[in-house]
Write a protein that binds this ligand. Structure first.
Ligand SMILES: [Ca+2]
Length: 90
């Protein structure tokens, strides 16, 4: 769990470096919403590898329908940064 949280933090830092965390991103997701998303992601990530398979993502009903759009690199796995990037761009 500790390494997962650390990974999330790193991912968020990485996001801000690549410019995904734009002002629009800041407007649309409050820290509380990001927290909820992180919590739900952690619950859905059954094998704790920091990625959701199509099967794991069924635990996130709001995210599941957009799986193929969120999966920007097409590897059939979605990460929290990919979800955040998707939300930020919609
Ligand atoms: Ca997983």
């Amino acid at each position: 769990m500790r390494s997962f949280k650390c990974g999330i933090k790193l991912a968020l830092v990485a996001l801000s470096f690549v410019g995904v965390a734009s002002p629009a991103f800041a407007r649309e997701l409050s820290p509380e919403q990001v927290n909820v998303l992180q919590t739900n992601f952690a619950k859905a990530d059954v094998n704790h590898d920091g990625q959701l398979t199509p099967q794991e993502v069924t635990a996130m009903p709001k995210i599941a329908p957009a799986f193929s759009k969120i999966d920007s690199d097409g590897d059939r796995l979605i990460t929290l940064p990919q979800i955040l990037a998707f939300i930020a761009s919609h």
